[in-house]
Design a protein around this ligand. Structure first.
Ligand code: ASP
Length: 290
């Protein structure tokens, strides 16, 4: 039996139309992912790619625009064979997770960033495509109107509210028919991002993690999650007591308690147990087995 868990970002907004569209897009991506005879790696890549093409989710097409008017995206993928690949701050592609997968498959480097990541993508035959949507650009113009000077200090002082930061990163964890595990994550970052900012999402051990025992994927306040290495923390707790749901809840609690930060987590263990948890009031989530 194969199992897929997908998230479409966590938020503290309650019953907003935005939550409904994220939930709908997440369910559509999960249901549309072909799992028959596929490896866990192929399954999470396909699910995350489908989400990247959903403009209501903050990844790939529809990503938030950084404060200098450019979209720079992060994505990572890893599996129970000990493989990991990521791109950070990549521009001009609609599906960064596919580029991360290529980095992983080639395996010479683990992470490519910025212009180097884009050059790699072009060289590997990925088409240059704009991830801008009218909505994302409109939101950018409004944020710039609030902070016309693009001043880092002004940003850090004034913007610390999860509700205005348009979370909506996407991610997936899966186990396949042969018991292999994988995790993948993709994001445009958060609103009010200073150019070049990288959050937890593409970082091994922070936004995603995978071993032969467990696959984990995060969403939430990336600057805070990074400092807690939360995906790795879920694995450590799980290995200590063997209760996946408890491990997820403890890691969620850790971010809240130590960093006053919000997050959501999805995880699958080797025996096919699945768990999710979030400190936000909402996390777009879907699950499917085959
Ligand atoms: N974790 C992402 C980031 O900080 C945001 C999100 O999950 O929506 O870049």
């Amino acid at each position: 039996m194969a199992l897929l868990l997908v998230h479409g970002g966590a938020t503290n907004l309650t019953s907003s139309p935005l939550n409904d569209s994220k939930q709908g897009a997440t369910e559509a991506s999960c249901n549309g992912t072909d799992m028959t005879g596929k490896s866990a790696t192929d399954i999470v890549e396909a699910a995350v790619m489908a989400q990247e093409l959903e403009p209501s989710l903050n990844a790939g097409l529809g990503s938030v625009v950084q404060m200098d008017g450019r979209i720079r995206m992060d994505a990572g993928i890893c599996n129970s064979d000990g493989k990991y690949g990521a791109v950070m701050q990549i521009e001009h592609v609609k599906t960064p997770v596919r580029v991360a997968r290529r980095v992983m498959d080639i395996g010479y480097h683990s992470v490519l960033s910025g212009d180097g990541a884009h050059t790699f993508a072009k060289e590997q035959g990925f088409e240059s495509q704009s991830p801008f949507t009218a909505d994302a650009f409109d939101a950018y113009l409004k944020t710039r109107a609030q902070f016309p000077a693009l001043d880092y200090n002004a940003l850090t002082v004034n913007v610390d509210d999860i509700n205005v930061r348009k979370l909506g990163t996407v991610g997936a964890v899966a186990i396949d028919d042969e018991g292999r595990l994988a995790a993948a994550c993709s994001t445009g970052g958060t609103k009010f991002c200073f150019p070049g900012r990288v959050g937890d999402s593409p970082v091994f051990g922070a936004g995603l993690y995978c071993t032969p025992e467990i696959a984990v994927c995060l969403t939430g306040e990336g600057d805070k999650i990074l400092r807690r290495l939360t995906a790795k923390r879920v694995e450590e707790r799980f290995l200590q007591h063997g209760n996946l749901k408890k491990a997820v809840d403890e890691a969620v609690e850790d971010v809240l308690k130590i960093e006053n930060g919000y997050c959501g987590i999805i995880a699958i263990a080797r025996d096919g147990t699945a768990a999710s948890g979030h400190s936000t009031s909402f996390m777009a989530f879907a699950q499917r087995s085959s």
